[in-house]
Design a protein around this ligand. Structure first.
Ligand SMILES: NC(=O)c1ccc[n+]([C@@H]2O[C@H](COP(=O)([O-])OP(=O)(O)OC[C@H]3O[C@@H](n4cnc5c(N)ncnc54)[C@H](OP(=O)(O)O)[C@@H]3O)[C@@H](O)[C@H]2O)c1
Length: 246
């Protein structure tokens, strides 16, 4: 399979290049400037349309403003598109939805299999304990741009859907700030090289349930993204989820 990795020079993109090459795929990279990563050639953004002529899938772990631009180019070429970038405004999501009318698009806030399992457990736990207070804490490395993480937002969406309510997201607390009954506390930590931790706490009278996922290496995201690329390569245009792959 011919795979184009955009954001190939990045922390996650370079792992995806290594994973896809290691599985025997033909890989080229794209970033803002020419480079090499894992002995794979990285081309500047302007070369992307030409690279798409032979591509079976494009994997994108960049920044929302770059993804919005790539989405139009990839859709025009009709190449299946796997998006791991997080932190989109509504207009970015709309650009991806528009792209999915002409090609297969799979967007996931987290390509770790364990996080997909966590989402199922969060749904079950939140449904089983409808009156318990919910607090979410996420921790990432000091270079992460968006907060809270895309995964945190996905977990909160699952909580809302399990509770059949839109809980008010309280981002940290300061000063006189009693807990509101219908609130969910969201706590963000940024430090060191931590790959990604998410902990959902459900607390009731005299007991606490915590559900935690910890990514120990970016390889886990790379493996999931390449699984998704292999799965998406022959799909019809449309919108797909990582859960479909699993
Ligand atoms: N879904 C998941 O499982 C998952 C897992 C991990 C990370 N992520 C997300 O993936 C994204 C990348 O994370 P990261 O830690 O790998 O970031 P990173 O190390 O900063 O890498 C970003 C990459 O994007 C490229 N880039 C930046 N600005 C660009 C622009 N304007 N146009 C084109 N390319 C641009 C960079 O290329 P240059 O250096 O050449 O500019 C670099 O290759 C983030 O949104 C992060 O939240 C998702």
């Amino acid at each position: 399979m011919n795979v184009v990795v955009v954001g190939a020079t990045g922390r996650t993109g370079s792992e995806i290049v290594a994973e896809a090459s290691g599985r025997g795929h033909d890989v080229v990279g794209v970033a803002t400037a020419s480079d090499t990563v894992e002995d794979v050639r990285v081309y500047p953004n302007d070369d992307l349309p030409e690279l798409l002529d032979d591509a079976d899938a494009v994997v994108d772990f960049t920044v929302p403003e770059a993804t919005r631009e790539y989405a139009g180019v990839v859709a025009e070429a009709g190449v299946p598109y796997i998006v791991g970038t997080t932190g989109f405004e509504e207009s970015g999501i709309e650009a991806l939805r528009a792209a999915s009318e002409s090609t297969a698009v799979l967007k996931a806030s987290n390509f770790a299999r364990g996080v997909q399992a966590l989402l199922r457990v969060v749904e079950a736990g939140t449904e089983a304990l409808p009156d318990y207070d919910v607090e979410l804490t996420e921790t990432h490395h000091n270079g992460k741009r968006d907060a809270p993480s895309g995964t945190a937002n996905t977990i909160l969406d699952v909580v809302d859907s399990a509770r059949e309510a839109e809980l008010k997201r309280t981002h940290g607390r300061e000063g006189e700030h009693p807990r509101e009954e219908s609130a969910v506390g969201v706590h963000v930590r940024r430090a060191g090289t931590i790959r990604g931790e998410h902990e959902l706490m459900l607390a009731g009278n005299d007991e606490v349930l915590t559900l935690t996922h910890r990514a120990e290496s970016r390889r886990v995201f790379a493996a999931g993204a390449v699984d998704a690329a292999e799965w998406l390569a022959d799909r019809e245009p449309g919108w797909y989820e990582f859960g479909d792959v699993l």
